[in-house]
Structure formats: C-alpha cells, structure tokens
Design a protein around this ligand. Sequence first.
Ligand code: NAP
Length: 354
Amino acid sequence: MKTIDKTAPVLVTGATGYVAGWLVKRLLDEGLTVHAAVRDPDDPEKLKYLNSIAEGAPGTIRYFKADLLEDGSYADAMAGCELVFHTASPFTRAVSDPLKELVEPAKLGTRNVLSQATKTPGVKRVVVTSSCAAIYGDNADLKNAPNGVIDESIWNTSSSLDNQPYSYSKTVAEQEAWKIAEQQDQWDLVTINPSLVIGPGINPHATSESFNLIKQMGDGRMKPGVPRVGIGVVDVRDVAEAHFQAGFTPEAAGRYIVSGHNTDFFELAQTLREKYGDRYPVPRRALPKWLVWLVGPLADKTINRTFIARNVDWPWRADNSKGKRELGLSYRPVKESMEGFFQQMIDSGLLPRR
Ligand code: NAP
C-alpha cells in the first residue's frame, strides 16, 4: 500500500490539456505543489488558464518543459515527486498519419514517462490516463462482453492503425504501461479509463476531440439529425476527482472505468434542446442506419462504412461499479455537463452567440 506525502510535489504531464486542467485545479485547491509538464512553457496564451486557477489557490504551480518524444525530457519535472499523473497523449480524429500523430506519442511517451519513474528515486505511484478506448474498439465488440457490458477485465482487440487508430493508440499505450510497471517494484500503476469526457474545461480552447464532438451539435453540422451511436460519457470534473482518488487512495489498484452514463449521440443531443433548441440547430432526429450508410462517408471524411456497420444502432454499456466502490466516485447528471459545456462554447466564441 502506498501512502503519498502531500508535502512532496506531484507531476502532471500534459497539464495544458482538457482532462488535466481540472486535475491541476483539484491538486492546487488541496494545497499541493504541482509540477506541470508542458510542451511550451514560454507561451503565455497556453498557460493563462492554469495561471488563473493557481492565483488564490493554496497550492503552487511550477512549469517544466517536456515532450513525450524526447527521451529523458521529464527528469527535471519528476525530481522529488512521489506521485505522477501521466495524462499527456493526443486525442484527435483529424490525423493523416496515425502512427506518427497518435500511436508514437501515446506509446513512446508512456515508455518515456514510466521509464523515468523507475529512474527517479522516491516515485511511489503512477496514475496513467488511459481510456475506455483501451477496453473496446467498436460498439459491436460489446456483444462479446458478458451480458453486453464492458468491465476492467476486457481489452480492445479490434482497433488497428486502419480502424479506430486513436483507440489503438490508447490500447498499445496502456499495455506498454502495464509491461513497464511489471518490470520493477518501486512504484505501482493505477489506470483511469474514462469514456467520452464532456463538461466545461479550465482551458476553453483545448485541443481535445471532446470539443469538436459536442460543438457539432450546435454549429449546424448535425442539423439533419444524428445517428444513434452508443457511447459512454463522464463529466471532466468527475474524471479529475477519479485521478485524485486514484493517486491518494493507498488501496487503489488496477484499472478503473470512469464513466457516468451509458447513452448515445442522439440522446446526448436531446439534453441541449430545452435550453438551446430554439436558438441553435440542435439535432432533433435520430438518423436511420441506412441513411448514415449512404451519406455519412460523404458528409464526414472521418466516418467510413466499417465504422457505421459496427457502431451505429449498437448500444454501449459499461460497469462503473469498481470506481464507485473503491474510489468513492459519484457522477454529475449528464444534462448539467452538456449545458455547461455548450454554454462555455458560446461564451468562448467557439459557437456564435444567439
Ligand atoms: P487534450 O486537451 O488535447 O490534451 C492532450 C494533452 O497532451 C495536451 O496537454 C498536449 O499538450 C499533450 N501532448 C500531446 N502531444 C504531446 C507531446 N508530443 N509531448 C507532450 N505533450 C503532448 O486532450 P484530452 O482530452 O485532455 O486528453 C488528455 C488525456 O485524456 C489523453 O491521454 C486522452 O487519451 C485521455 N482521454 C480523453 C478522453 C476525452 O473524451 N477527452 C476520454 C478518455 C481518455 P499541448 O497542450 O502542448 O498540445
């Protein structure tokens, strides 16, 4: 069992990211010293949101320059830390070279950060932000799960560089993490496996694909309707709490699915109708699968017919009980997360004000 000394600094990789932002805030509010590893500590635009949450918080933030693809680059940031949160990894669907843009930063980055943990005396626990994408690839995979419900014992075996490359990047990165963890006994590994993360970000302009996926429900791209693609969602603040508990709960062990709600894209869009439906082109119809099959690949280049066959009209269900039981997690209502996220997109100019 690992007890973490709260007077020691804590490292967060990818601190500028969407998921990391609320975790950094949680740590600062707890009075901790956060070593924030970022690619560009000299870019004031990138750091202004972190600086604003640090102002007035009892904790302290220190920035360190680091890149996933540069060996040894996390050494300074990790020095003195007992706890490492490794969140950095690209989350985007718009890639032309999935190996270079997704898989290498995910897998080599994990190797870089975790090998550094072994070289850094004092590191006791590493919490890696994995994903439900490392558990399943396409929704059709759920038919092989017991009762059609995924849990932490399952691994994604269907994704590849050609099919769902982001999910493939998260799968190989998490596998690499467990392999490195088993080669030593100085620190233990806990993984947080969130479903699609939603809700207002600390950085309202983060690069996360979460923004793009929800923004299209208000920018007209989904006006004709939205397919029923089953998905799990979780609020970004609940994901931060899960990381925090995974870091500081001595008994925490293994993987944790962190997902508040089993839903689908049509249902998700409907949560926006009451507050925004009169002013924004929020989709009102669920598109039938045959229509998505015909026009989907023309309307959106990131959607192909294999994706449609294996995801549209397939439900998504996950068992989130381990995290509730062992980390004390609870989840915000999905409408609260969706409305907060959408409103932030309006306030920050991502969506026009109407
Ligand atoms: P994000 O806002 O795009 O954050 C990604 C972070 O990774 C950024 O801080 C980025 O730094 C950093 N990064 C990317 N390439 C890097 C490199 N070569 N070297 C150093 N840092 C690099 O996306 P996010 O959604 O917060 O994702 C964070 C983590 O959560 C990822 O591991 C992702 O797989 C996981 N996750 C996300 C979701 C979701 O729905 N959002 C769900 C499950 C898991 P820069 O700011 O310098 O670009």
